[in-house]
Design a protein. Structure first.
Length: 133
């Protein structure tokens, strides 16, 4: 009669394998948390860009905008976005020499809290008086 020899893992081999897998899983969980944080930051930046574009479009829809500043706060996805639109006239010696008048700069700044700090972005465009000769 032949005796069978069972081939199996020892307890030490199983414990070492579990330790290696546990360490690997901790790294993967950390990587997943970082990717969630980056996706949230990208979403907030996209929302801020869309808000800035919306405020520029609203200002340009008025035709030739008056100089001045407006501001406000918008709630998007449980986050507060603070915006400020500033319309300023452009006067420079180069523009005067070229006989270009009636240009205005529309600048929108959007800020929000992210983590323990704050972020902001700024977009601007120029508009001319359509009544120029």
């Amino acid at each position: 009669m032949k005796t069978r020899k069972w081939k199996a893992f020892t307890l030490v081999e199983v414990i070492v394998a579990l330790v290696i897998v546990s360490i690997s899983l901790l790294g993967l969980i950390r990587l997943h948390l970082i990717s969630i944080s980056m996706a949230d930051a990208a979403e907030m930046t996209s929302q801020a860009v869309l808000l800035a574009e919306e405020k520029i479009a609203e200002t340009m829809a008025l035709g030739y905008p008056k100089e001045g500043t407006t501001s406000g706060t918008v709630e998007k996805n449980a986050h507060s976005l603070h915006w400020q639109t500033e319309v300023t006239g452009l006067q420079s010696p180069q523009l005067v020499e070229a006989d270009i008048t009636g240009l205005r700069k529309i600048c929108v700044e959007v800020g929000w809290k992210q983590g323990s700090g704050s972020k902001s972005l700024q977009m601007s465009t120029y508009v001319a008086d359509r009544r120029l000769p």
